[in-house]
Design a protein around this ligand. Structure first.
Ligand SMILES: Nc1ncnc2c1ncn2[C@@H]1O[C@H](COP(=O)(O)OP(=O)(O)OP(=O)(O)O)[C@@H](O)[C@H]1O
Ligand SMILES: [Mg+2]
Length: 356
């Protein structure tokens, strides 16, 4: 029975910490170790007060609860780990009572809400993208018609001046440039109103291999090292392989461009552990993640907020639509994109896609 209880406590997807009346720790489960970054052995041998000395809100809450045996909740706070990183968590404390109703201590539940935070961020991004998209689509329609007129007129002119080499050059330039703008507008319209997905069984590793093959053949990446680390246990997923290839090519290409043709670009695939994905009771969902890691200059926090906005670009000749369109496509697959980067330390773009 005791082993069963221990197994149950370790497989629960919240961190559980139990304090006795003197603030000593009686129990510290596996998830608590993962979330707090504190080992069980250290936790069991340290007073609660000094163990959580960097986390005043947590301490206050546990103390309050120890004092009057009430339930307290703090749904949104940060946990400061010993290694300096921060984990968004929610905390719930509740009293532990003996069968006789006597107060014996306090249970602290720590829930990792990183995934919730990421979803909130993604939602905020989607909202602003939708309004930009509507505006852009309206504008695009207005521009498309006169462009057709300009192109037609240039072609007529071309026929009139067939003998004059210099003038032909000008008219060809007009046609070429209107075609370029039309292409851009098509892309924008596709972004504002994406065509439905052609769903099929997709082998993500085949897509990645073809994307990397394509990118590594380019003259611009002659000195770039490509490294892959695939999890062979990843099963096929359902999606639109052309669209996913477009997303991955854009992310890989961005990484290469950021490194200016040098450096190393690493692509990793992995199955994401269930515990981070639990969106509520009974809704476990398995996902795969594709990490594209570059060793480029990284992206400032300010720039990170802009990345997915249409037309945000720092490149000459860039459209700034690559990531905006990618976001749309991934959203249609019920997945999401995450960016992690510190200035000067490269960037990691992670693509999350549901398996079922
Ligand atoms: N891996 C990266 N490292 C540093 N900056 C990046 C990275 N990926 C994207 N960016 C920044 O985000 C901007 C927007 O990227 P996005 O793919 O949307 O457009 P683009 O690459 O500029 O244009 P296009 O995709 O049309 O070539 C880039 O111009 C670049 O400044
Ligand atoms: Mg791009």
């Amino acid at each position: 029975m005791e082993k069963l209880y221990a197994d149950i406590i370790d497989s629960i997807e919240d961190g559980i910490v139990v304090f006795d009346k003197d603030f000593d720790i009686l129990l510290f489960n596996q998830i608590a170790e993962i979330i707090t970054g504190i080992s069980k052995s250290r936790a069991m041998n340290t007073k609660g007060e000094s163990l959580f000395c960097d986390n005043k809100r947590l301490l206050d809450q546990v103390k309050k609860s120890l004092k009057n045996g009430q339930v307290f909740s703090d749904y949104d706070t940060d946990f400061f780990r010993p290694d300096g990183t921060v984990a968004p968590v929610s905390l719930i404390t509740s009293p532990v009572l003996s069968p006789e109703g006597e107060y014996e201590g306090t249970t602290l539940l720590i829930r990792d809400i990183r995934r919730v935070k990421e979803l909130e961020e993604d939602l905020r991004r989607s909202d602003s993208l939708v309004s930009v998209g509507v505006l852009a689509a309206g504008l695009a329609h207005e521009i498309k018609n006169p462009l057709g007129g300009i192109r037609g007129a240039a072609q007529l002119l071309q026929m009139e001046v067939e003998e004059n080499k210099e003038l032909i050059e000008y008219t060809s330039l007009i046609v070429r440039e209107t075609d370029r703008v039309t292409g851009l507008i098509e892309e924008l319209l596709d972004f504002a109103n994406p065509k439905s997905l052609k769903k099929e069984q997709v082998n993500i590793h085949e897509i990645l291999d073809s994307v990397i093959a394509l990118q590594s053949r380019s003259e611009a990446t002659r000195e770039t090292t490509f490294v892959t680390d695939y999890d062979p246990s990843i099963p096929p997923l359902v999606g639109d392989s052309d669209k996913l290839a477009q997303v991955l090519l854009n992310i890989v290409k961005n990484g290469c461009e950021a490194m200016d043709g040098r450096g190393s670009l690493k692509v990793v695939t992995r199955v994401v552990s269930d515990f981070m994905l639990n969106e509520g009771p009974g809704s476990r969902s398995a996902m795969i993640a594709v990490d594209v890691i570059d060793s480029g200059p990284g992206i400032s926090e300010e720039a990170q907020r802009m990345l997915f906005t249409p037309f945000y670009t720092k490149k000459r000749g860039g459209t700034g639509l690559g990531l905006a369109v990618s976001h749309r496509i991934v959203e249609a697959h019920k997945g999401y994109i995450k960016v992690e980067s510190k200035e000067g330390e490269g960037a990691t773009f992670s693509l999350y896609l549901p398996l079922r």
